[in-house]
Design a protein around this ligand. Sequence first.
Ligand code: ARG
Length: 648
Amino acid sequence: MLGCLTFVAPFSPSPLLSLHRFSPLSVPSSPSGLLKFASRRFSITATKAESLSTMAVDAENVGSVKRQLAHLFEVSLRTTVPSEPDIAPLVEPCAAKSGVKFGDYQCNNAMGIWSKIKGKQAEFKGPPSVGQAIMKNLPPSDIIESCSVAGPGFVNVVLSRNWIAQSLQRMLIDGIETWAPRLPLKRAVVDFSSPNIAKEMHVGHLRSTIIGDTLARMLEFSHVDVLRRNHVGDWGTQFGMLIEFLFEKFPNPEDVNEAAIGDLQTFYKASKVRFDSDPEFKQRAQQAVVRLQGGETRYRDAWKQICEISRTEFHRVYERLGVHLEEKGESFYNPHIPGVLEELNKKGMIEDSEGARVIFLKDVNIPLIVVKSDGGYNYASTDLTALWYRINEEKAEWIIYVTDVGQQQHFDMVFKAAKRAGWLPADDNSYPKATHVGFGLVLGEDGKRFRTRNTEVVRLVDLLDEAKNRSKTALLERDTAKEWPEEEVEKTSEAVGYGAVKYADLKNNRLTNYTFNFDQMLNDKGNTAVYLLYAHARICSIIRKSGKDIEEVKKNAKIALDHEDERALGLHLLQFSEVVEEACTNLLPNVLCEYLYNLSEIFTKKFYSNCQVVGSPEEGSRLLLCEATAIVMRKCFYLLGIVPVYKI
Ligand code: ARG
């Protein structure tokens, strides 16, 4: 199968073998570009025999309705147009047209097939007849209740209620992990957060931390081994200045500690003032950089002390956010830079330009500087080396960088260089691949870059404090919470406050700027974490109030979806897996947020408004629907890095 791939991996191909496990039918959802991607992958990676052999394995992927339908349509396509074995099924959930839906899912292959076979297969007179044939050739299956052909050959599928109900019941027994998507890769690097030592960790880093953590969680859930990398800026000329300043302030290294130094940012600013105003200090600082890079013990030790203090500060934020990261800072890659540049040089990629060493890249009007005119390395040389390391040493197949959109060109150039070097294939849809996940600015309510009243930058710790305190005040205004033990109040206000900050960020398309507004994010109505967390708590309380042991109900009751709102809820629950797959494939956490919000709306406004749960003849089945909703909601919360609450 590897022979069918369009590139030869520059390293041992073993991670790529994972592609075997995936059916070419692993079609990413919706945007049309991705559909093209799907059919392309199909054509380069599979033959008919292979796709059939992968079917059994793909059956592991029981969670995805879309994939299961795609299997059925694939069988039909092979019979309908035997002359076109490379056509992949295009299956999507149906969108409502003027409020009417013709089915739950739709197969959209007819028109594409018609344009390929026109005149070749006499039995077809146009796309509608191709659609009819696709429908007729579908193998029998208990998934489908009925099918119809609409317009230019769209095949609409109505899913069987029974099958939806059984799938939910099975998930309740086997666990939601059985609904985890399978992605065609084994290992990924997510490079996120990555603040700079001694400089402020600003809201941009907060966004990177929140988005990166969610992407990592979604990939991990999808069975990918994720290396969560904190690429901290722990190297660079600023360290000369910091170290000299440290020597001045603390002639005795033993006196250096966090308490003595205080806030590192203030320390940084003071050293900068000294640097700018005293030429003699400046000179010493510049020499300090050289001595640090030369490895002199005293300088290395001072550098380590500064990094350690910074690390403790960062760690406090990560701990509160529940984010886990593994630090491999810029300095880690230093020893590898000369070798990597030598390799690029041998490939004829590096040129001299105004005293610097640079790489010129196609369609980019500025060169990528890899050695500065003073002989030093820079951000780009480090990133090129880190990318080389991640591909070749760590064997990552997908390397994801989460930073503000301002760094897009930098990454674009680094990736282009890596392709030219042959580390990455030219085709963006093949693995290994590198992706820059950009995000917009955080704005204040004045529409300008987010700042607080009196400080220039917003300290993340203050921000989290405020979110927590505000949610605590709101919580204590509720009668129920007044009797809660202090610890519970604390925990709930943290879950709600931090959850609100995260969700407000994640629910937007990450590329857009977003306005930071406490009142909005802490509102208990509308699309906020507060609303969602409360909705979840309410579902838990319905189950509690029934007085039934849900584990017993699982054993004894059977889900039935007779009411149309029960069916709508059941179907939405079942779409969890394909939504996570889409959010992962396109690196868009907002897709999952939207799903979660809709789930909560369908539960509250449709199901719970129209279907009595406790005390009704359908109580058992409906309690199971409540439980399934709570389970799916909790998994969404988990993937979004939000701690659920069970009580309000
Ligand atoms: N330290 C950088 C900054 O604060 C972000 C680093 C992102 N990662 C990378 N591999 N360049 O802007």
